[in-house]
Design a protein around this ligand. Structure first.
Ligand code: ACM
Length: 267
């Protein structure tokens, strides 16, 4: 059993120190969790005017004030943290998610499906769909609008993900109600950590969700308040992919008809 926490808050555009302080205060004032999941672009905010502004507020994974602060929390608490991250690498920008363990950075993912004006700012992800084997479960990551693509969830399930962490800055009204269905059809836990608040012309919808492998909605956050939502989860529930004694979610796929998504993956 592990304790999972979703840190819902409203990152401030370009204010990395304030964002660190908000995350710190929320985590320190909530019950201890084994794993915390933060929203998309939690270091930088979301609604950049243009690429120049995004570059200014971006950080490199190995030289980030924001990630250093999270590493210190993870180390103090013996916890794992997944956070959305505005990543700069060789003057390119990626809308990334970073996995931090008590001993430091364990890996990252770069958003594959860019939403609206993100296409003018970020490069599409080029790191595939990794799953990380950690002491708190096998963890895959998707970022916000990736949710619209069932193939991405399925590839992570095929690679053994028990928890799919989903840092988000949702603006459309659909995602939160769909997450329990994705959790059911892949029999895994999904944690959508969504932000709150308004930035320039965009309103973010909050209501972060945690869904179980049985398709249950275990947690739902408020629309407007910062909070840490937390729940104890049983990872063993993700290992049995039978939905009836004669129906296996992965083995019963008709890959002869619609192909095997794993064919395009490296491993
Ligand atoms: C989104 O992908 N941030 C909507």
């Amino acid at each position: 059993m592990i304790r999972l926490g979703i840190v819902q808050f409203g990152p401030l555009l370009g204010k990395v120190k304030a964002n660190i302080e908000m995350v710190n205060n929320l985590i320190l004032s909530s019950p201890e969790c084994d794993i915390y999941i933060l929203p998309e672009l939690a270091n930088s905010g979301y609604r950049f005017k243009n690429k120049e502004e995004a570059l200014k507020y971006s950080e490199e994974i190995n030289d980030s004030e924001f990630l250093n602060a999270l590493m210190s929390i993870a180390n103090d608490r013996g916890a794992h943290i997944i956070t959305g991250f505005c990543e700069r690498a060789e003057n390119k920008l990626y809308n990334s998610s970073v996995l931090i363990g008590p001993m430091g950075i364990m890996g990252s993912y770069r958003k594959l499906h860019l939403f609206m004006d993100e296409k003018d700012i970020f490069e599409p992800g080029d790191k595939g769909l990794p799953v990380f084997d950690t002491p708190v479960g096998k963890i895959g990551m998707l970022v916000c609008f990736d949710w619209m693509f069932p193939e991405a969830w399925r590839v992570l399930a095929l690679k053994g993900a028990q928890i799919i962490a989903h840092p988000s800055n949702l603006v459309l009204p659909y995602c939160q109600s769909v997450i329990p269905s994705y959790a059911l059809v892949n029999k895994c836990y999904i944690a959508t950590a969504n932000r709150i608040g308004k930035e320039r012309d965009l309103h973010f919808t909050g209501q972060s969700v945690l869904a179980s492998p049985k398709g249950e909605l275990l947690l739902k956050g408020s629309e407007k308040q910062s909070m840490v939502l937390h729940e104890t989860i049983d990872l063993s529930l993700t290992n049995d992919k039978y939905i009836t004694p004669r129906n296996h979610l992965l083995d019963d796929r008709r890959t002869d008809v619609y192909g095997d998504l794993m064919m395009s993956e490296d491993d």
